[in-house]
Ligand binder design. Structure first.
Ligand SMILES: Nc1nc2c(c(=O)[nH]1)N[C@H]1C(S)=C(S)[C@@H](COP(=O)(O)O)O[C@H]1N2
Ligand SMILES: [Mo]
Length: 419
């Protein structure tokens, strides 16, 4: 199990009890609609395969501003997955031109000069407080290297490796990117806005369009953060890798919630409700909980930290010349603790040997690694990489099923061909 600080674990237990007892407030959605979502979450629908990328032509996607060249991205619905092979020549940080995009609807193009952030709600000691972009720039800034990773990253392997049905975007391992984020501490903004001692939940909301799912309007993307996390290491970021945030990644300002599931990192934030009551939205009830065998009907506690994964910087089916020395490269990461070590297997899992880490492991970031390989037999092969983090967790052989395919952490079998 991922080690979770006591405050997070306590929050989850309390919120789960409040949900079951009907005591938490639904924020911006009818309670019956939330209950329908929870009921639907227990049933998985099959994954939709990605459309074949148009050959050569630079791919674009309505709703995403940046170009999505097929060598860098695989388009999946309204989203674009980073091709891991395209990270081979990059450093620790993912350049913005190849950072994955997960949009519930479409990227809004906002004018920073006209933008404001409104902080409001029953958890403040006074009325609403507005912050302009200039106001945020004038506050003390902090920088932090952190990954943003979708909770459903790796989802397709529930089906391809475990034969299980799961619903959601059929990501392989590229729904993750690591950047250097600069911005202000959310804690500083909340204190300036007058957060009170009875505040329990902090609900940032995006300025992108309302999300309509199966005929139900879920409202704008929003997910409550427990006040303990909101006051800890969360940033309101306005810079990514030394540049102003690009439109697709939340310009002018987004949340960065280190080590937590991607949905916590609300893009294009326009307002933040600070509440003295616990809050429920679709994104912490029917979505982003584990449903299925072994979980209560209302789902697990809302997901918080990411799990542990490893990926090769290789295309699926990549080919290697036999009897030559090749340098295999990849990355491993964990939301639970810094990575401790990584092992690779080039014989389908029979033997494992240590990979060389190229980065100092840090919490909330990934490490690059390398391993040499001299393939001998020609024909199809399978490469595996397996990480262990400092909490002692190692990637398992299989991940317990959940209907929405969240938090896949099992070792992924990477097919290759030796010629
Ligand atoms: N406003 C808003 N914020 C959002 C989303 C969204 O659709 N709208 N998607 C979330 C999800 S599910 C993920 S995984 C991350 C993806 O961030 P990225 O597109 O910058 O990679 O943003 C999160 N923040
Ligand atoms: Mo996500």
């Amino acid at each position: 199990m991922t080690s979770v600080p006591p405050s997070e674990a306590a929050y989850d237990r309390i919120r789960l009890g409040q949900w079951a007892a009907g005591r938490a407030r639904s924020a911006g959605i009818d309670r019956r609609d939330l209950l329908k979502l929870v009921a639907a979450a227990s049933v998985a629908a099959p994954l939709v395969p990605a459309l074949a990328s148009p050959a050569r032509a630079a791919q674009t996607l309505a709703g995403v501003v940046k170009p999505l060249p097929p060598e860098l991205f695989t388009v999946r619905g309204t989203n674009a997955e980073t091709n891991f092979a395209a990270l081979r020549d990059t450093g620790l940080l993912t350049p913005a031109d190849r950072f994955f995009v997960r949009n519930h609807t479409a990227t809004p193009v906002l004018d920073a000069a006209a933008w404001k952030l409104t902080v409001w709600g029953s958890g403040l000691t006074g009325g609403p407080v507005d912050f302009s972009y200039e106001d945020l720039l004038a506050l003390p800034s902090v920088s932090r290297t952190a990954f943003v990773e979708c909770a459903g990253n790796g989802r397709s392997f529930f089906t391809s490796q475990q034969g299980q049905t799961v619903s959601g975007t059929a990501w392989t391992l590229g729904a993750i990117g690591t950047a250097r984020w600069r911005g202000v501490r959310l804690a500083d903004v909340l204190r300036l806005a007058g957060i009170g001692r009875d505040a329990v939940d902090v609900l940032p909301r995006g300025l992108d369009a309302e999300v309509v799912s199966d005929g139900t309007n879920l409202g704008r993307v929003r997910r409550p953060l427990p006040v303990a996390k909101a006051l800890d290491d969360v940033l309101l970021a306005y810079e990514m890798n030394g540049e102003p945030l690009p439109p697709d990644h939340g310009a002018p300002v987004r949340l960065i919630v280190p080590s937590w599931v991607g949905i916590a990192n609300i893009k294009w934030v326009g307002d933040i409700e600070v509440s003295a009551e616990p809050l429920l939205t679709p994104w912490n009830t029917g979505l982003y909980r584990l449903f299925g065998p072994g979980h209560p009907p209302e789902g697990s506690a809302p997901l918080t930290r990411q799990t542990l994964k490893s990926a090769f910087e290789l295309a699926p089916g990549a080919s290697f010349a036999a009897h030559r020395r090749h340098l295999l490269t990849g990355r491993s990461w964990s939301g639970g603790a810094p990575v401790r070590h990584v092992e690779v297997s080039t014989d389908g899992g029979g033997h494992w040997r240590p990979a060389r880490l190229r980065d100092e492991p840090r919490s909330g970031s990934w490490v690059r690694w390398t391993a040499d390989w001299v393939p001998k037999a020609t024909g199809p092969g399978v490469l595996l990489a397996r990480a262990t983090d400092r909490s002692g967790r190692t990637q398992p052989e299989t991940t317990a099923h959940n209907t929405q395919g969240y938090l896949f952490d099992a070792v992924v079998r990477h097919p290759v061909t030796v010629v």
